[in-house]
Ligand binder design. Structure first.
Ligand SMILES: *Cc1c(COP(=O)(O)O)cnc(C)c1O
Length: 219
């Protein structure tokens, strides 16, 4: 079960920053998600395709599903008919597959580019330089089925708050730089997804406008 007082407290904090909550429901049952849905939450995030598909079928159709985990190209086709936002685009190859599958479904799929800001080697994503280079040469007309809406990043799992703040500041700076450079070209580039249960306060202070929170909500 989720904790309603925690949810309300988080919502209040987020509203001060005009930030959106993605309730991360991985490892939680459709029943748990349903009670959260009934409290008014409509935006949910999952990091595994199979789990997402099962829940998509079990739960109300007006839920906005976000994909937040590493996405394999061969699984894009399963989520392309309904996914609202993919946070974890980490290669041009993946983007081109999303584009193709979106067009097959007569959709334009919103995407975020995942940027690697943490110390851990295992986290996926573009490096800071790669994302700049990618966007510099990016030709939106080549991919009419996708809309790059912003950036996503995860900070290092550490108790070193200064380290976390520095990583979020770095990503926020990159986000603002890209926004300035692409202002005329792409006014829809306006989502900065960073912050989880343990570090969302630091993320908000750094400029996040979308947080992905799971364990804090569900206990
Ligand atoms: C699980 C997960 C979250 C949420 O993490 P919590 O610590 O449970 O809030 C956020 N983002 C991604 C990519 C995740 O996989």
């Amino acid at each position: 079960m989720f904790n309603i007082s925690v949810l309300n407290k988080i919502k209040e904090e987020l509203s001060a920053y005009k930030a959106e909550l993605v309730a991360v429901t991985k490892n939680h049952t459709a029943n748990d998600i349903m009670s959260l849905y009934l409290s008014g939450q409509k935006v949910f995030g999952e990091n595994r395709v199979q789990e997402l598909l099962t829940k998509y079928e079990q739960l109300p159709q007006d839920i906005e599903w976000h994909f937040i985990g590493h996405l394999q190209s061969n699984k894009v086709k399963f989520i392309a008919p309904f996914i609202s936002l993919i946070h974890s685009v980490d290669s041009e190859k993946l983007l081109s597959v999303i584009d193709k599958e979106a067009l097959k479904n007569n959709r334009i799929i919103d995407c975020l580019l995942q940027v690697h800001i943490a110390l851990e080697e295992t986290k996926f994503g573009f490096s800071l330089d790669e994302v700049l280079e990618f966007l510099h040469f990016f030709n939106a007309q080549k991919y009419p089925g996708v809309n790059i809406r912003g950036l996503m990043g995860m900070a290092t799992l550490t108790s070193d708050i200064d380290r976390i703040k520095k990583e979020f500041d770095t990503l926020a700076l990159l986000f603002k730089q890209i926004q300035m450079e692409t202002q005329q070209k792409n006014s829809g580039f306006n989502i900065l997804s960073m912050g989880m249960s343990s570090d969302y306060k630091q993320a908000l202070q750094a400029g996040s406008n979308m947080v992905r929170i799971g364990s804090l909500l569900f206990g």
